[in-house]
Ligand binder design. Structure first.
Ligand code: SF4
Ligand code: SF4
Length: 441
């Protein structure tokens, strides 16, 4: 078990800072160390051939190379080692250039440091194990977890390059939060008008398969990618039969708060998240459906012209293999009831920006008309409180990079589209418009 040592003075450039002969002397006395060789240009062909000769004549158990940065040196060393059948994982590079010679003036101390660095490399080389390399082909399939705008765009980009893409979301629709924002800053474009065509394109793309109402249960790393366990949640509606006509929701007697409108307004126990949802397939909310909870009702089944409700539906799990997994899981809105000084949860007219966006949305709970949740009247004075839950040591010290722009956008929408006479006050620490064109907005 001997370790061969090579020192490179980088064409003599490192000699000003390091005494290579003294270093060679000291390292030669280390136990288990074979010959110490000083080279002037280890990374050049003759330097690499010198290492190859050492391997062929002495068959060292490992090699420690004191030279320059690992990033620069290791690829050429590995190639040279492989050429003579030496396992490249048994080579330990030590950076004597950037981490020693270039940053010290005192030659004696730098030489001492170089010795310590080499000593560390020698110690590590004794723990090295030959790692077997195998070549595998990466699967050309991609799982994208989260079908908001980022996931959809990634899916389209990859699918257009020929990748086989599965676009997964735990909710019954793709589109994520952007679909709920009514308009987007800094251009005030209609959010669903931008997103809707992308949603439709993703749904109809031959290389994209939607896995809505699915979730990831687990994943295993494989050389060729990942084996992912996926769970399909029971929707209790056969998607192959459902035409999205909505008759079932009209007849369903159960009303629950509509989480797709931030808890404002109601939806039925059988529902479509919002009118532009894709796929346009209704799902039954098992926590509120009378039949699934109490064994009575099935009105939706009675009125459904396609006989799509399927109360026998069960969750199922299956494995799929992917070359790549992209996580685009987005965000959850902060729950301001955590900050009781805001009055959120206590006073019905204290709402979040997302709830306001839903109120301003023509497909939202008030059909796009600005109304107070408490009495349906039009508010004349509105106060927006910034940094709730962010830049607050009680919850998160970081800036959300979102709420300043959301407040400005919603203020503009209220002023321009709803009530030019309204008086809007924004309470802020400082306005952080962090994005292209945001400051101008
Ligand atoms: S479940 Fe039936 S009634 Fe409901 S939307 Fe689908 S097809 Fe129409
Ligand atoms: S069975 Fe459930 S989903 Fe269907 S109508 Fe009754 S409560 Fe609504």
């Amino acid at each position: 078990m001997t370790t061969s040592l090579f020192l490179c003075d980088c064409g003599g450039a490192l000699r000003k800072s390091i005494d290579f002969e003294a270093l060679e002397d000291r390292l030669s006395s280390y136990e288990g160390v074979g010959p110490v060789t000083i080279l002037s240009s280890l990374c050049q062909r003759d330097g690499l051939e010198r290492i190859q000769r050492e391997i062929e004549t002495r068959a060292p158990s490992s090699i420690v190379v004191g030279a320059c940065s690992k990033r620069t040196l290791l690829p050429v060393l590995e190639r040279a080692a492989r050429e003579v059948g030496f396992n490249a994982s048994l080579i330990e590079p030590v950076n004597l250039r950037e981490q020693c010679a270039w940053v010290h003036d005192d030659r004696a101390k730098a030489t001492q440091k170089a010795e310590r660095l080499m000593k560390g490399g020698i110690g590590k080389s004794r723990l090295l194990r030959a790692i077997e390399t195998r070549e595998t082909t990466r699967l050309a399939s991609v799982l994208i977890v989260g079908a908001g705008v980022a996931g959809i765009q990634a899916a389209l980009d990859l699918a257009n390059q020929g990748f086989d893409v599965k676009l997964l979301d735990e909710s019954p629709t793709i589109g994520g939060k952007m679909a709920l924002l009514v308009k987007t800053y800094p251009t005030d474009d209609c959010a669903i008008c931008i997103l809707g065509p992308k949603m439709a394109e993703a749904a109809s793309h031959p290389n994209i398969k939607l896995l809505t109402y699915h979730e990831v249960v687990g994943a295993q790393k494989r050389p060729e990618g990942f084996k992912v366990r996926i769970r399909r949640k029971p929707s209790y509606v056969d998607p192959g039969k459902c035409t999205g006509c909505g008759v079932c929701a009209e007849k369903c007697p159960v009303k629950v708060k509509n989480e797709w409108n931030g808890g404002l307004g109601f939806r039925k126990a059988i529902y479509l998240p919002y009118p532009q949802a894709i796929p346009r397939k209704y799902v039954i909310d098992s926590e509120n459906c009378l039949y699934l909870k109490k064994g009575v009702c099935r009105i939706c089944e009675k009125f459904c012209p396609a006989k799509a409700p399927n109360f026998e539906d069960k969750a199922e799990e299956f494995d799929l293999e992917f070359g790549t997994v992209i996580l685009s899981t987005g965000f959850e809105e902060f729950d301001p009831s955590w900050a009781p000084e805001t009055g959120f949860g206590k006073y019905p007219d204290v709402i979040t920006q997302l709830q306001l966006a839903r109120i301003l949305d023509p497909s939202g709970p008030t059909d796009g008309k600005l109304k107070r949740p408490s009495d349906g009247s039009k508010p004349e004075r509105i106060t927006m409180v910034q940094c709730v839950g962010s830049r607050d040591p009680r919850y998160s010290k970081y800036c959300s990079r979102y709420c300043c722009m959301a407040a400005l956008k919603n203020s503009v929408l209220v002023k321009i589209e709803q009530n030019p006479q309204s008086e809007i006050t924004i309470l802020y620490k400082d306005v952080r418009a962090a994005g292209k064109g945001f400051e101008e907005y």
